[in-house]
Design a protein around this ligand. Structure first.
Ligand SMILES: *Cc1c(COP(=O)(O)O)cnc(C)c1O
Length: 811
């Protein structure tokens, strides 16, 4: 048990104020995840783009009373709080985790490598759980912050800890090693990709292997020679390599599973893996090697293997029946994971109700009463209004849960008896231990996704947002454009995230877009760029703020208002020649504003016509000067004090002198740096993917598709994929112009793109029906795809049709 006053002794640092000397229960590093206020300590960490110190006040308002900071704080504002100052809050967090780890003598498995860490960790913990009480990182909490947070959860009841460690630059692994202190290691693999932080593959292996500096045994595949070279003295290895401890004699991939024959200490071991892809086969062989090393027999291991499923490595937010959302975390259920999932849930404000479908928590090692009391506290803290509890143990502890609750013995009973239509406009977290097979519940609740989906990475959105924020002075405000369905990414979900990160303004094109946001929990100010007369009622009713760009719309608005007040934004035309008042209009505009004080001018703005290109710099400068002059004239003339703003995303990067009071971020948030100077600072946020519906062999000379435009030059293999121009895969990609990506290869479009389907040439690619195909995303950048049909990334993004389901994920 650690108390606040013990911290300097453990982490270094100096106490600035100590009021109540309370016990430290929760570590908070993310300003948003603060529902564990009581007993929580906030570590204000400074990152490149993000400064935790900004959020101290808001956390204090939410009840947090203990803070570790790197700078002096005016303590009068926080009379009853504890503060400690340290040179580095991150280092203090890590020191506390090291101290905590040192209290326990459990077996710890450390996992690192390029790929597969999270999957191996999840599978291993599943395999070992029937025999040992385990703890692991929730999701992929494997970073400099994630590892300390994970290790902090070790308790004396745990027998085995399974922790993954991920790094991006030299120097990081030693710190993680000191926190994890593994007794057994697993090195998953090493990718050939050249990480920017490392000079060579060997350097990368050596750095990662530092996790095993003090570890006597490391499991790895001996076929990775670079790994073997560094770790051979400690290896317990598997592979085709004749020197492997566990040698692969035979490996046969079949339709649905894979048979392996292994030779170990003169005996032959035979396993069936429920997978057919290389990555899963490799990951499961690591798990087998580990279990064999610990002495488990073939049958036990096989029983566990049969239960393994593809791990969902992330929390997904999906649309579900009756306007519900589903947070699909159906793969496992333990306290750490539950906490992470509840935190994610608590960020989602777009739905009214908050429900959870939860299974018994198995093998926690806690006495059941204490366990379910713990669960009940978590659910209450996360403001869960409805619990659907499945499993005999939960049913025994009914009395601990005080929200609306229903109890079922089994998943089948729930599916048979519970009226699924009773879910309505709520967000439902589905979280169950593997054997409860909650995927059936997810299947019953989710809106079906027909092959094609747009995945949106919420963490990447946040990172891009922080990048642009880091370019602003502290008092410059930020408007984010969420028009056109948030550039195709989904306005509700994106707006919810932006509200959560406290941007100042949202911008939409039409009143209806604003109404949808308002009726789904978005209370940020919203500017509407194209208000029409027939939308005035709605503007007022939903507190939407119209852009006013000429006398026609201004006069109509004044007549409609009849003295009522409204917030507006005045648009000036400084050279774009789209919308806006011109120089000659200013005098009359000032007159009208003077006479109609109910027109509350919140901002005056203009738009640059060529902010992204240096060739237009002179023109942009002239626009800025014009804007300065015109807006000053309005402000002085009408004696008002509005915000001024001029710049869109590329402008933010290229014209720091013209940020004024606010900037308007658009495409940059969605991962495209339109000036192309800082693209590497942004993360791609979306990936459009579909699946193969059918594979065909076509003979030389035959034709393919409408108009017989595709011609087989040779015998070929083609695949029909489930996306067409109605989904947003433009017909301009027909006949070889477009390419898609699958199985590590590019495949050209053959013939004309149809409304709902497209044929691609997959000659020489080992692909099957049901395989995933990327249209754009990680491997085919939106920039590249746009260039192929001579358009701009904006159009590729906004073209993705609404019928394509959006899936949001984090982690
Ligand atoms: C769409 C829009 C923006 C955002 O532009 P990006 O180039 O996407 O950053 C800014 N201002 C106005 C007026 C817009 O219409």
């Amino acid at each position: 048990m650690v108390h606040f006053k013990d911290l300097p002794g453990i982490t270094g640092g100096e106490i600035l104020s100590l009021n109540e000397n309370s016990e430290i229960k929760y570590l908070i590093t993310d300003s948003r995840k603060s529902f564990f206020a009581a007993g929580g300590v906030f570590f204000a960490i400074k990152g490149e783009r993000h400064d935790g110190h900004q959020y101290i006040l808001s956390l204090y308002d939410q009840g947090v009373r203990q803070f570790v900071v790197e700078q002096d704080i005016s303590l009068e504002k926080f009379k009853d709080a504890n503060f400690m100052k340290v040179p580095s809050s991150l280092a203090a967090l890590q020191a506390l985790a090291r101290f905590h780890r040192g209290q326990f003598g459990l077996i710890v498995v450390g996992i690192t490598g390029s790929n597969g860490k999270t999957i191996i960790k999840e599978w291993l913990s599943q395999l070992i759980a029937p025999f040992k009480r385990t703890i692991k990182n929730p999701h992929s909490y494997n970073s400099q912050i994630g590892v300390p947070l994970s290790v902090w959860h070790i308790e004396s009841r745990h027998e085995v800890g399974i922790f993954e460690a991920g790094i991006s630059r030299p120097g990081e692994m030693e710190r993680l090693e000191a926190i994890i202190k593994p007794s057994i290691g697993i090195f998953s693999n090493i990718g050939s990709a050249h990480d920017s932080g490392f000079s060579s593959i060997t350097e990368k292996v050596k750095e990662k292997a530092l996790l095993f500096k003090n570890t006597p045994i490391v499991i790895y595949c001996k076929d990775y020679l670079e790994i073997d070279r560094v770790l051979y003295e400690k290896g317990f290895t598997w592979g085709h390599h004749p020197g492997s401890n566990i040698r692969i004699e035979n490996l046969q991939i079949r339709e649905l599973d894979t048979n392996v024959l292994l030779k170990y200490e003169g005996k032959t071991l035979k396993y069936t893996l429920p997978f057919v892809d290389q990555a899963s086969i490799e990951n499961s062989l690591h798990c087998i090697a580990f279990m064999v090393y610990l002495g488990y027999d073939v049958d036990r291991i096989q029983e566990g293997l049969n239960q393994l499923l593809q791990v969902r490595m992330r929390l997904e937010l999906k649309r579900a029946i009756n306007n519900c959302y589903l947070v699909d975390d159906a793969y496992n259920n333990d306290l750490g994971g539950l906490q992470v999932a509840l935190e994610f849930l608590s960020h989602q404000k777009q739905q009214v109700g908050r429900s959870i479908i939860l299974s018994d928590i198995l093998q926690s090692g806690l006495p059941e009463e204490a366990l379910y009391q713990n669960v009940s506290d978590l659910l209450t803290a996360a403001d869960i209004q409805k619990l659907i509890a499945i499993g005999p143990s939960l049913s025994r502890y009914k009395h601990l849960f005080h929200m609306e609750a229903r109890f079922y013995e089994t998943t089948e009973e729930f599916l048979k008896k519970h009226d699924l239509n009773s879910f309505h406009r709520e967000i439902i977290l589905v979280k169950g231990a593997r054997i409860f097979a909650f995927e059936h519940i997810v299947n019953a609740l989710e809106e079906k996704i027909h092959g094609t989906q747009l995945e949106i990475n919420l963490d990447a959105l946040t990172s891009n947002l922080n990048f642009y924020r880091s370019k602003l002075k502290p008092d410059t405000r930020l408007m984010v454009m969420v028009k056109a369905f948030a550039y195709g990414s989904g306005s509700l979900e994106v707006a919810n995230l932006l509200q959560f990160h406290r941007v100042d303004y949202l911008g939409v094109a039409y009143a209806d877009e604003g109404v949808i946001l308002r009726t789904n929990g978005i209370h940020l100010p919203i500017m509407v760029m194209n208000p029409s007369e027939d939308s005035f009622d709605k503007l007022l009713q939903y507190k939407l703020e119209p852009e006013v760009y000429n006398f026609n719309i201004l006069n109509k608005l004044i007549r409609f208002l009849n003295g009522r007040a409204v917030a507006v934004h005045i648009k000036l035309d400084t050279g774009m020649h789209r919308l806006g008042f011109e120089e000659g209009d200013i005098e009359q505009l000032v007159d009208i504003l003077q006479q109609n004080k109910n027109i509350d001018v919140r901002s005056i703005f203009s738009h640059l016509a060529g902010s992204d290109e240096a060739t237009h710099n002179e023109f942009s400068e002239r626009q800025a000067q014009k804007f300065d002059a015109m807006s000053t004239q309005v402000i002085n003339g009408a004696a008002i004090d509005p915000l001024r703003h001029l710049l869109n995303s590329p402008g933010i990067i290229r014209f720091p002198a013209y940020h004024y009071d606010m900037v308007r971020l658009g495409i940059g948030l969605y991962g495209l740096e339109a000036t192309n100077q800082q693209q590497d600072q942004l993360q791609s946020i979306s990936r459009l993917k579909t699946i193969i519906s059918q594979v065909k062999e076509v003979k030389k000379g035959e034709t393919i598709g409408y108009g017989r435009r595709g011609v087989a030059e040779n015998d070929m293999k083609l695949a029909t994929i489930a996306i067409g121009y109605a989904d947003g895969f433009s017909r301009a990609f027909s006949n070889g112009v477009g390419e898609v990506w699958l199985k590590g290869r590019r495949a050209p479009v053959i013939g004309n793109i149809c409304m709902d389907m497209t044929m691609i040439d997959i000659t020489g690619i080992d692909a099957r029906e049901g395989d995933e195909v990327e249209i754009f995303g990680e491997h085919l950048t939106i920039m590249e795809v746009a260039r192929k049909i001579n358009t701009i990334p904006y159009e590729i993004l906004t073209n993705v049709s609404q019928r394509v389901k959006r899936v949001y994920f984090t982690g």
